[in-house]
Design a protein around this ligand. Structure first.
Ligand code: PMP
Ligand code: GLN
Length: 388
């Protein structure tokens, strides 16, 4: 008989299961469906980028990168930010390269949130925010965004605000709804910052994916807001390499200093050869300036098919996701409907309720259109089974 005492596990995330992205991609694979669920491209990465990784691996750039990131990559990020948002950054004190935006978000929260601090989020919210807050003993203060337009109701924000809120997490363009913030939203946030002291964590991983002539309004474009913000980005989204798990966090020096205290002990540094490769690749602006046009064509192709079905939707303004209402097709809860779509229609989608408890009453699912045209056409044809 063992003399060891029984193990008592005190779960810090007792209400957390497997991420919906993992669940739906596995179900999609099991049923051989077309996977429009988890957000990743099915088209090839630019061979030039792959050859640059090989070049830097062969040049023996295979040891630890500097903790804050490879200098040439931080210089390229600074040049890109200057071009896009007219902001001069100091790569040594304001840019940190991370293992994806997920790590950037987690490091920002763990560096700045203490037990009992409130963090305001907008729901539906990207699924990593709540567990990251809870792991630090923070309290989630969720503001529900109502469909179909999912705009922020600033009266509601004010009603729910108090000095206990130490951080507000914003996400524009917004996953899953595809809405984008306006000047009005930024002004409202600024008004709030005149009354209360809080840090802004701005998740801008879809900065390039904005359509119909709109522009992405970054926190980086506003001096006052930037002075209290950490802004997170993902090369996975920008360069079609979600599996590389590389991103970065931009923040003024005093916030970057705190951010790096967590970052250096969570990962120390992100992988080096890919940092060198991306740094070189980004020197050519053409590699990232045409992304909005590229994805808008995919959105429009997919929506041509979706509009011939009984799904109801407003075309998304940003991201590579389209949310659609299926209440004319079924009254089942969204998780059941997503499972049915995957098994019976052969198109996997993401239910919205895992992004928001309030969404469980709604009849909404999310499609990812970051796919080859041929994939979108085949999925679109399968969806025709859902028309009157
Ligand atoms: N934030 C949002 C809104 C996302 O959709 C994602 C998914 N990529 C992330 C953060 C995480 O990005 P990464 O894959 O770089 O960790
Ligand atoms: N960001 C992607 C999405 O929203 C998935 C990220 C993940 O699988 N963790 O689908």
């Amino acid at each position: 008989m063992s003399s060891l005492l029984p193990l008592e596990i005190n779960s810090k995330l007792s209400n957390v299961g497997t991420s919906i992205f993992t669940v739906m991609s596995a179900l999609s694979n099991k049923h051989g469906a077309i996977n429009l669920s988890q957000g990743f491209p099915d088209f090839d990465v630019d061979p030039l980028l792959v050859s640059l990784v090989e070049k830097h691996m062969k040049a023996q750039r295979n040891q630890y990168a500097p903790m804050a990131g490879v200098p040439s990559l931080r210089a390229s990020i600074a040049a890109k930010v200057k071009k896009m948002y007219q902001r001069d950054l100091h790569p040594d004190t304001e840019i940190t390269v991370t293992s994806g935006a997920t790590q950037a978000i987690n490091s920002a929260i763990s560096a700045l949130i203490s037990p009992g601090d409130e963090v305001m989020i907008f729901e539906p919210a990207y699924d990593s925010y709540v567990p990251s807050i809870q792991l630090m003993g923070g309290i989630v203060n969720p503001v529900v965004l109502e469909g179909p337009d999912f705009r922020v109701d600033w009266d509601k924000v004010r009603q729910q605000f108090s000095p206990r809120v130490k951080m507000v997490i914003i996400n524009t363009p917004h996953n899953p709804s595809g809405t984008i913030w306006t000047e009005h939203d930024l002004e409202q946030l600024k008004d709030l910052a005149r009354e209360f002291s809080f840090v802004i964590l701005s998740d801008e991983v879809y900065e390039h994916l904005v359509y119909d002539g709109h522009h992405h309004l970054s926190i980086l474009g506003d001096e006052e807001l930037f002075s209290r913000s950490l802004v997170c980005f993902s090369f996975g989204k920008t360069l079609h390499v979600t599996g590389w798990k590389l991103g970065y966090c931009i923040a003024p020096p005093q916030l970057t200093k705190e951010f790096r205290k967590a970052h250096q002990f969570q990962v120390f540094s992100a992988n080096s050869p890919m940092q060198y490769a991306i740094g070189e690749y980004l020197e050519d602006e053409a590699k990232w300036t045409g992304l909005g046009t590229f994805f808008q064509a995919k959105r429009d192709l997919f929506l041509q098919y979706l509009s011939q079905t009984d799904f109801a939707f407003d075309p998304c303004a940003g991201t590579y996701f389209q949310v659609a209402d299926y209440s004319a097709i079924s009254n089942e809860p969204d998780i059941d409907f997503a499972n049915w779509m995957t098994k019976e229609i052969g198109v996997a989608v993401i239910p919205i309720s895992p992004f928001s408890e309030a969404a469980s009453e709604q009849r909404l699912v999310r499609f990812c259109f970051a796919k080859k045209d041929q994939t979108l056409i085949e999925a679109g044809e399968r969806l025709q089974a859902l028309s009157k």
